[in-house]
Design a protein around this ligand. Structure first.
Ligand code: ADP
Length: 496
C-alpha cells in the first residue's frame, strides 16, 4: 500500500454496540475492511444507555455548546474482531442516557438538535483530546451532518489550513434529514448568516442534512442508482436541487455485508449448516423455522420479510395484499417492528391464519438469521431503497428476493429474464412500478419458477455465490477519501 490514511468515522450507531438499522452494520463493516487494507480507522459514537461494550476512559473534556460547556467522558472500546478503537462519548447532561437512540415509542426526542449538535462538536474536539489527527472525517446521515458545516466554518474563519481534516458525508437514507423548527437554529451554535436557503434553512426549518450536503468535500450515497434517483424530484424529499448542484461530487457506492457474520456454513444459530455446494441443510432450517413459529409443516414455499415496518418499505402494500397472499400455497413470515398500525394489522391477520402467517413483532437478530436461512423467497417492496442490506443477506442465505426495481435493489438483484436465467446470472425478481399488481405478478412468476427444481437451484446458488463482500466498496471509498484530500491540495495551490 502506498500511503495509509487516517480516517475518523463519526456515526450515531455501530453494531454490536448500538443499532436501529443498516447504518450500524455499515459503521462496523466498512472500518474493518478499511483497516484490513492497512488504513488507520477509528470510530466515534455516542455512548447510549445500554451501550453494549465497556472499556477504559481515555479522555475527559469540556465541549462548548450554546447551552454552556458540557462535560464529556470518552471511553475507548474495541470493535469486536478487529483492533479498531471505538471512542464512545458520554455527556454529563444525560442526553444519550435514555431508552431509544433517536426516539422512544415512535416519537422523536424533542431535543435531538441539541443532542446531535453537541455530538458533532464532540467529534471535532476528540482528535485534540486523543492526540490523533485524522486526514478525513467520514460522517453519516443527518446526525453528524453538522461536522462538515462546523469544519467549513472553522476553515473560513482561519483561512485555508491543511491541518483541518477533509469531510465525506454519506447519505444512507434521504428520507431522514434532521429537520427542526427554525426558531431552534441557535442550538447549532452557528450564526444566523448560515440560516439561509444556501445554508441550513429549508422552507423555514433547520435542515441538518442539507447543511452537510452543501459543506462536505465529497458526498456519497449507498448505491449508484440511488445517487441518480435522488437528483430527481420523486426521490429527493425536496433536496434534488441541492443534490444536483453537487453533481460530480455525489458518488454512489454499494454497501457490502459482513460475510463472516452471514455465513450459513458456520452460523451458530442455525439448525443446520448449508452452502451453495451443499444445500440440504437449508431444508432442515426451513422445517426448524416452521416449527419454531408454529406454522403448518409441508413443502409450501416460505415467503419472508425482515424489516422496519415503515411506509418506505411498502408494508402497506403487503398488509393490503395479505388476504390474497394467504390464498396462495405459501407460508408467510414477517419479522419487524415499527408503525403501530402495521403491527396491529399483522397481529390481527396472524391470529386469523396462525398456520400460514407468523408475524413476529420484535427486533431479534438471531431470528433474522433463522428466518432468512429457512425462507425460499424474500419480499422487499420498498418504495425507495438507498442500498438495502436485507436482500443481500437473503441472497447469501438462499432466499430469493422479490423486490421493487429501485435504488440498491436494482443494483444488487439480477432480474430473472430469459437471458439472465439462461446465462445463470439471475438472482431474483424485480418489479416496477411499486404497486400491488407488480408485486403479485413478480411473486407469481417466482412461484412458477420455484416449481422447476433445476431453475430454482440455479437462482439460489447464483445469489449465494455473488460477491457482496466489502473489499471492492472499501477500495472505492479510499478513492473518495483521496479525492477529498486532493481537493485540499488544489485549494492550496489556488489560495494566495
Ligand atoms: P434499513 O436500514 O432501511 O432499515 P436495511 O435492509 O438496509 O434497511 O437494513 C436493515 C437491517 O436491520 C438488516 O440488518 C435487517 O436484517 C435488520 N432488521 C430489521 N428489522 C429487524 C428485526 N425486527 N429483527 C432483526 N433484524 C432486523
Amino acid at each position: 500500500m502506498i500511503h495509509p490514511l487516517k480516517i475518523l468515522f463519526a456515526v450515531s450507531e455501530v453494531a454490536p454496540f448500538s443499532k436501529t438499522g443498516g447504518l450500524a452494520d455499515v459503521a462496523a463493516a466498512l472500518p474493518r475492511a478499511l483497516a484490513a487494507m492497512g488504513h488507520d480507522v477509528r470510530i466515534v459514537t455516542p455512548r447510549y444507555r445500554g451501550f453494549a461494550g465497556s472499556g477504559e476512559r481515555v479522555a475527559s473534556l469540556r465541549v462548548a455548546s450554546p447551552l454552556g460547556p458540557v462535560g464529556v467522558d470518552v471511553v475507548r472500546v474495541r470493535l469486536p474482531g478487529s483492533s479498531i478503537p471505538v471512542y464512545a462519548v458520554q455527556d454529563d447532561r444525560g442526553w444519550f442516557d435514555r431508552d431509544g437512540l433517536y426516539q422512544f415509542q415512535g416519537r422523536d426526542f424533542d431535543d435531538n438538535l441539541d443532542r446531535f449538535a453537541f455530538f458533532s462538536r464532540a467529534v471535532l474536539d476528540l482528535p485534540g483530546a486523543i492526540d490523533w489527527t485524522p486526514d478525513v472525517v467520514h460522517c453519516h446521515d443527518w446526525q453528524t451532518a453538522l461536522v462538515p458545516v462546523y469544519l467549513q466554518t472553522r476553515r473560513r474563519m482561519n483561512g485555508s489550513d491543511a491541518s483541518h481534516p477533509r469531510t465525506v458525508l454519506t447519505v444512507h437514507n434521504l428520507g431522514y434529514q434532521g429537520t427542526f423548527p427554525g426558531e431552534h437554529f441557535p442550538a447549532t451554535g452557528l450564526g444566523w448568516e448560515s440560516f439561509t436557503p444556501d445554508g441550513l434553512e429549508f422552507y423555514g426549518r433547520v435542515n441538518l442534512l442539507k447543511g452537510g450536503l452543501l459543506a462536505a468535500d465529497v458526498v456519497t450515497t449507498v448505491s449508484p442508482t440511488y445517487a441518480r434517483e435522488i437528483q430527481t424530484e420523486p426521490y429527493s424529499h425536496g433536496l434534488h436541487g441541492v443534490l444536483a448542484a453537487r453533481g460530480t461530487d455525489l458518488i454512489g457506492i454499494i454497501n457490502g455485508i459482513d460475510v463472516a457474520e452471514w455465513n450459513a456454513a458456520r452460523d451458530p444459530v442455525l439448525a443446520a449448516s448449508f452452502s451453495a455446494a451443499a444445500l440440504d441443510g437449508k431444508t432442515a432450517c426451513r422445517d426448524d423455522l416452521l416449527r419454531r413459529l408454529g406454522l403448518a409443516p409441508g413443502p409450501a414455499p416460505v415467503l419472508a420479510m425482515v424489516t422496519r415496518l415503515a411506509y418506505q418499505k411498502g408494508v402497506d402494500l403487503v398488509v393490503d395484499l395479505l388476504p390474497e397472499l394467504l390464498t396462495l400455497d405459501l407460508r408467510v413470515v414477517i419479522l419487524g417492528t415499527g408503525d403501530p398500525a402495521y403491527e396491529a394489522a399483522l397481529r390481527e391477520w396472524s391470529a386469523k391464519a396462525p398456520e400460514r402467517l407468523a408475524a413476529v413483532l420484535r427486533f431479534d437478530d438471531a431470528l433474522a438469521h433463522q428466518v432468512l436461512a429457512g425462507a425460499d423467497l424474500f419480499l422487499m417492496p420498498s418504495r425507495y431503497e438507498p442500498c438495502g442490506l436485507s436482500q443481500l443477506y437473503a441472497m447469501r442465505y438462499g432466499a430469493v428476493p422479490v423486490c421493487h426495481e429501485t435504488g440498491g435493489l436494482a443494483d444488487t438483484v439480477v432480474d430473472y429474464r430469459p437471458r439472465s436465467a439462461r446465462e445463470g446470472r439471475a438472482t431474483g425478481f424485480l418489479f416496477r412500478p411499486c404497486n400491488a399488481d407488480g408485486l403479485i405478478r413478480a411473486l407469481q412468476l417466482a412461484l412458477a419458477v420455484h416449481c422447476d427444481r433445476t431453475a430454482w437451484r440455479q437462482l439460489i446458488t447464483a445469489g449465494m455465490r455473488a460477491d457482496f463482500g466489502w473489499e471492492r466498496s472499501a477500495a472505492e471509498y479510499v478513492r473518495v477519501y483521496r479525492r477529498a484530500l486532493g481537493r485540499d491540495r488544489a485549494r492550496h495551490l489556488t489560495s494566495p
